[in-house]
Design a protein around this ligand. Sequence first.
Ligand SMILES: NC(=O)c1ccc[n+]([C@@H]2O[C@H](COP(=O)([O-])OP(=O)(O)OC[C@H]3O[C@@H](n4cnc5c(N)ncnc54)[C@H](OP(=O)(O)O)[C@@H]3O)[C@@H](O)[C@H]2O)c1
Length: 225
Amino acid sequence: MEGMRIVITGANRGIGLALARHYAAAGAEVHGTARAPERATELAAVPGVCVHALDVRSEASCAALAAALGDVGVDVLVNNAGVGAWEALDAFDGAQALAIYDTNALGPVRVTRALLPLLERARGKVFHIGSDMGSITHTNQGGAYAYRMSKAALGMAGRALANDLRDRGVASIVVHPGWVRTDMGGRGATLGPEECAEQLAKVFAARGIESTGRFYSLLDVELPW
Ligand SMILES: NC(=O)c1ccc[n+]([C@@H]2O[C@H](COP(=O)([O-])OP(=O)(O)OC[C@H]3O[C@@H](n4cnc5c(N)ncnc54)[C@H](OP(=O)(O)O)[C@@H]3O)[C@@H](O)[C@H]2O)c1
């Protein structure tokens, strides 16, 4: 991965931090983002990682990240930052749902648009960390309305971006990372973040412009929207 320039959002903990560690160890040039970089001590401790401030809910913050990255192309953008909520129908809260939508569905569009000139320069790939919980086909339970709807909308964003960016040489692909032991996934989850990152990197390497607009599992199997 020498020479690869990768940007990972929400890299201060969880899956994003594991991805940053994985790519840095493999020799990539890693740019990891955090909402509060001064508190991102674990990310800053990864040798060779450059830490940037980013709140995906802010256009200005996305523009500042693009400016900080300079003129050099970006090979891979991982839209990983996200928030979860597992509310029952009785506890549904519209204001909370809008905030989750803003982060999980609109955030990846903002970041992709801001970094587009750099992605085009490298004929890069954008991977959006989606969720099987956002698959309409696979959903056979209720609850978690805000999260499910935000990730279903992220699938649509990933697909529409693919159509806009295909002719510009940039891929847009959604990947479900499995159930991972992070603050979001909880302790009972089946996968460790390191194992998840290793497997995600295989999917990222295997998939490119020929797979744009599609949705994959951690095992590189295509998933239904
Ligand atoms: N864990 C799972 O089982 C699982 C399953 C399916 C999909 N996913 C998806 O995988 C991604 C990573 O999840 P995770 O389990 O690693 O979660 P996590 O441990 O809760 O980490 C979430 C990351 O997103 C960042 N973030 C939240 N809101 C943000 C914002 N407005 N701007 C920038 N960064 C923001 C957090 O930053 P702060 O520290 O500042 O809050 C943190 O770095 C998410 O998109 C999630 O939906 C996870």
